[in-house]
Design a protein around this ligand. Structure first.
Ligand SMILES: NC(=O)c1ccc[n+]([C@@H]2O[C@H](COP(=O)([O-])OP(=O)(O)OC[C@H]3O[C@@H](n4cnc5c(N)ncnc54)[C@H](O)[C@@H]3O)[C@@H](O)[C@H]2O)c1
Ligand SMILES: O=C/C=C/C=C(\O)C(=O)O
Length: 484
């Protein structure tokens, strides 16, 4: 059986805890054994990362680091099929998604932060002094040191490199804790790191679980200088508490319950295309996905019917088959959670427009499948409408006017992503400014310019990553004041 090891100081090594199983979500079969890091391996990884800061890596010019980042992007592209296959086996996501989004973005993240670090400036201020000679202030952009990177399972390579690329661009070293569900591509990236000549200790990977395990060992380690985390809000709270020990900075990209607002002047076909993706892509396991749709009353029935038809048209099947439109959920445990919401919707009296159950997928009886599901008729305080489900499901509710739509969209403790569908651009600007979310898309969804600020408000997170905002998190500015 394939074995996934930890990657510490440039070497693939075993952990001191018992191996755990990694399953292919489309069949439920065990595809690899994962070596679990204990406190000792986390200590070794952090020590290696700390030591690497003062080795050849710490002495490299920005130009040399940029050249290495570009080689990492090329290195992922050169082994595209291996990354693709590993990501599909870990997640069960269809090849159509992994080949267009996950793996290309994994490579692109290194190029975009190579571009960013090449052009970033710092501030300078000249000031007057009583002797008339003045003084000059300028800021130096310094790496923070060892960055702890804790990742989720939904877009494993994409979300991990989204943090590792800017961290390395800024001259930090990293210890990555991938999700226990998706350990493989982070490990494969270790091979690429060695192949392109990233010095040992700059990139380390430790496998294991969260609380009481590898994740907590890493986030509570005193020699980790900053922590970047993507995952659930409750985990973010635990990590923020761990980071308070030693006053370490955190970047938290957390959960959401994202609204879409559809006005009656929207282009219906374009809206349905966008909503179809935002509700169901990656089997609904996208933090930016839509689980609440508010539709202006005049087009409510039409939209409900057509979104329901879209949900019913999904083709399940082998994730490695290009024709497969929807894969399984990540795990049996996550399916229990999602199906719990399907039961709750029924109990709360929802009208089930599409789905609501488990499909029979020919040849894949053991997979963690669920039907894409569309509901109407729930009250605004049903847990189905308020809680993040992270499945291929959404609830539609009518509204009458713009103020009501904004109030409904904002009636959530989360504030990650929203989408607005209208052909009236004046209204689009007006509403976008009122929706309390970190990211608002108008007449599109998941259209990503990687230089833009990315992150959530309210319980969806702290801080922004992307472009200069990533560089701000992964560096510390040091002001130098020179009396002339
Ligand atoms: N805002 C974003 O950009 C974004 C992106 C993707 C996913 N998400 C969110 O991620 C969630 C799904 O991912 P998940 O289920 O893997 O999240 P999760 O919080 O369960 O786990 C994420 C990671 O944290 C680790 N972890 C868990 N408890 C820990 C602890 N106490 N200390 C240290 N590490 C710990 C896990 O082992 C895993 O590696 C959803 O809520 C989704 O909205 C957010
Ligand atoms: O599931 C969450 C998706 C997050 C996407 C990004 O972080 C990105 O596109 O950079």
């Amino acid at each position: 059986m394939n074995r996934v090891q930890n990657f510490i100081d440039g070497q693939f090594v075993d952990g001191s805890e018992p191996d755990f199983e990694n399953r292919f979500p489309a069949t439920g079969e065990v595809v690899s054994a994962v070596s679990c890091a204990g406190q000792d391996e986390v200590d070794r990884a952090v020590r290696a990362a700390k030591k690497a800061l003062t080795g050849p890596w710490g002495k490299m010019s920005v130009a040399e680091r940029i050249a290495l980042l570009r080689k990492l992007a090329d290195g992922i592209q050169a082994r595209f099929d291996e990354f693709l296959s590993a990501e599909i086996k870990d997640t069960g996501k269809p090849i159509s998604i992994a080949s267009h989004i996950d793996i290309p973005r994994g490579a692109a993240n290194f190029n975009v932060f190579a571009d960013q670090i090449a052009t970033v400036s710092t501030e300078t201020f000249q000031m007057a002094t009583p002797d008339g000679n003045g003084a000059l202030n300028y800021a130096l952009r310094m790496p923070r040191g060892v960055i702890g990177v804790v990742c989720p399972w939904n877009l494993p390579l994409l979300l991990m490199t989204w943090k590792v690329a800017p961290a390395l661009a800024c001259g930090n070293t990293v210890v990555v804790k991938p999700s226990e569900e998706t350990p493989t591509t982070a490990t494969l990236l270790g091979e690429v790191m060695n192949a392109v000549g990233i010095p040992h200790g700059v990139y380390n990977v430790v496998h294991g679980f969260g609380g009481g395990s590898t994740g907590e060992f890493l986030t509570s380690h005193p020699d980790v200088d900053a922590i970047t985390f993507t995952g659930e809000t409750v985990t973010g709270e635990a990590i923020m508490a761990a980071a308070s020990n030693g006053v370490r900075p955190v970047s938290l990209e957390l959960g959401g319950k994202n609204p879409a607002v559809v006005f009656d002047d929207a282009d219906i076909d374009a809206t349905l295309e966008g909503l179809g993706r935002s509700c169901f892509a990656n089997t609904g396991q996208v933090c930016l996905g839509t689980e609440r749709v508010y539709v202006q009353r005049g087009i409510f029935d039409e939209l409900v019917e057509k979104l329901g038809a879209k949900a019913k048209a999904y083709k399940f099947g082998d994730p490695f088959d290009k024709a497969t439109g929807m894969g399984p959920l990540i795990s049996a445990e996550h399916r229990r959670k999602v199906l719990g919401f399907y039961d709750k919707a029924r109990a709360d009296g929802a009208t089930i427009v599409a789905g609501g159950g488990v499909p029979d997928v020919d040849g894949f009886p053991g997979g963690y499948w669920v039907e894409p599901t569309v509901w109407t008729g729930l009250s605004a305080d049903s847990a189905v409408v308020t809680d993040e489900i992270f499945g291929p499901c959404t609830h539609l509710m009518p509204f009458d006017d713009e103020d009501e739509a904004v109030a409904l969209a904002n009636a959530s403790p989360y504030g990650l992503a929203a989408s607005i569908w209208t052909t009236n651009l004046t209204r689009a600007h007006r509403v976008a400014a009122q929706v309390d979310s970190g990211i608002t898309w108008v007449n599109c969804w998941f259209l990503r310019d990687l230089r833009t600020p990315f992150g959530g408000s309210k319980r969806s997170g702290i801080g922004r990553e992307g472009g200069i905002h990533s560089l701000e998190f992964y560096t510390e500015l040091r002001n130098v004041c020179i009396k002339l």
